[in-house]
Design a binder for this molecule. Structure first.
Ligand code: KE4
Length: 430
């Protein structure tokens, strides 16, 4: 028995499903999760000493690859000074300043400890600012596990087939309206049905949580124009896309400016950080400047701030990393397409920058209705064959894969070869 298996056998008696986040449990792909021991650059090593090329990067944070030397060195230095105070520190000013410099929409920012905290704080703020109760989200988008978001959500909720989680009260669910992604008319219908009642529209400007789904031409600007017309706040949930699709995230890449932005993942450089920010007139409603309450014991934690700040410094000092990362991901996409075209398997690949998903469906994937036509069983078989060949993909069809700046030509070539061999097996097994 592998050590991973032994550890999982223990874990299932200690933590629900043996994990601390559902998607990690491999429920969607079968088999038992791999337990990891170490990581460096694009590589992971499991507790049995097996190496894998990592396409999760801790679900997005490791755009620089695991344990980038500058981040590790900065963390050691901070660790020798202090871990946490629960009081203001200079490094919080420095990271806030960096975010305000980089993200077009952010004039003021509040640090929190996760993407979920960022998004649930942002909608509370939108409701406080507009004095309206309802929110619009999109089917298949995931914004963390806040009650208001667990309505037709993506990511692990969709993966586990739990469209609406128990424990969310009908009154809460009643204030969450859902529209179809890339479908402006579906938003207009809700705005007409609930005039002057909608506080905000929150969306992933490029979806990662159905798998990667890009906004169709003009969609983001249409939503922006509708929000401006209706006095609705536009919230871009850039927890995944922030600092990944461009230094200023999707809003820089697509040139559309939201009223509020939520951030996470890369902003913490691998440690727990989230943030929300935007227009100063809105943010000054947040306590203690204003009446909307939000707080956190470890918000602005110096260690987490250090990992995030050093990560953003490396990215902004080396802007050529973005086109390079895009080009490497394009090479991966081309390699997969070449393999798949030879196989006559149903597929579509969506990619934006270094976010990519291979969907096992022949439909174009523009929204949740399209995404759910995928053959998730086939994805499970593909995942297992790739894992066997040392490639660690997201253990669920409805997730995006991520590359780092350390995924070089050799890494890409090895992945494309494993993809070819894996597809041959699943083709043969029918
Ligand atoms: P966290 O609370 O997990 O830090 O962030 C929630 C969140 C908010 N918004 C977006 C766009 C997100 O993608 C996420 C979290 N992403 C998932 C991956 N699809 C995290 C992985 C997991 O749930 O274990």
């Amino acid at each position: 028995m592998t050590k991973s298996k032994e550890l999982f056998n223990d874990a299932v008696n200690l933590m629900p499903g043996g994990v601390n986040s559902p998607v990690r449990a491999f429920r969607a792909v079968g088999g038992d999760p791999v337990f990891f021991a170490s990581a460096k650059g694009p590589m992971l090593t499991d507790v049995d000493g097996e190496d894998y090329i990592d396409y999760i990067g801790s679900w997005g944070p490791f755009i620089l690859g695991h344990s980038h030397p500058r981040v590790v060195e900065a963390l050691h230095a901070q660790l020798d000074r202090a871990m946490s105070f629960g009081a203001p520190t200079e490094i919080e000013n420095e990271l806030a300043q960096k975010i305000i410099e980089i993200v077009p929409s952010i004039e003021m920012v509040r640090m929190v400890n996760s993407g979920t905290e960022a998004t649930l704080s942002a909608i509370r703020l939108a409701r406080a600012f507009t004095k309206r109760d309802k929110i619009i989200k999109f089917e298949g988008c995931y914004h963390g596990h806040g009650d208001s978001f667990l309505i037709k959500a993506g990511s692990g909720v969709a993966t586990l087939g739990l469209p609406d989680s128990p424990g969310v009260t009908p009154s809460t669910a009643n204030d969450t309206l859902t529209a179809r992604y890339n479908d402006r008319a579906s938003i207009e219908e809700l705005v007409t049905e609930f005039p002057d009642q909608i506080a905000c529209i929150i969306l992933e400007p490029v979806v990662g949580n159905m798998g990667c789904v890009p906004p169709q031409d003009g969609f983001l600007q249409d939503v922006r124009d509708l929000c401006t017309r209706e006095g609705i706040l536009l919230i871009f949930d850039e927890v995944m896309t922030g600092f990944r699709l461009a230094p200023g995230g999707a809003q820089e890449r697509f040139g559309v400016t939201p009223d509020l932005t939520t951030l996470g993942k890369i902003i913490g450089g691998g440690l727990p950080v989230g943030a929300y920010g935007g227009r100063r007139d809105i943010m000054e409603m947040v306590a203690p400047a204003g009446p909307m309450y939000q707080a956190g014991t470890l918000s602005g934690n110096p260690l987490a701030m250090t990992a995030g700040l050093e990560t953003l410094r490396v990215l902004t000092e080396n802007p050529e990393l973005y086109p390079k990362l895009d080009a490497q991901t394009a090479r991966l996409e081309e390699g997969f397409q070449s393999n798949l075209d030879d196989m006559d398997l149903p597929y579509t690949i969506n990619r934006v920058g270094s976010m990519i998903t291979l969907f096992f469906t022949e439909r174009n994937v523009r929204n949740w209705d399209d995404a759910k036509t995928c053959d998730t069983g086939l994805y499970g078989s593909y995942f297992s064959e790739m894992l066997r060949r040392g490639i660690y993909l997201p253990p669920a069809q409805f997730e995006a894969a991520f590359l780092s700046i350390m995924h070089d030509d050799d890494i890409i070539a090895r992945t494309v070869e494993a993809n070819r061999e894996s597809l041959k097996v699943i083709k043969r097994n029918g």
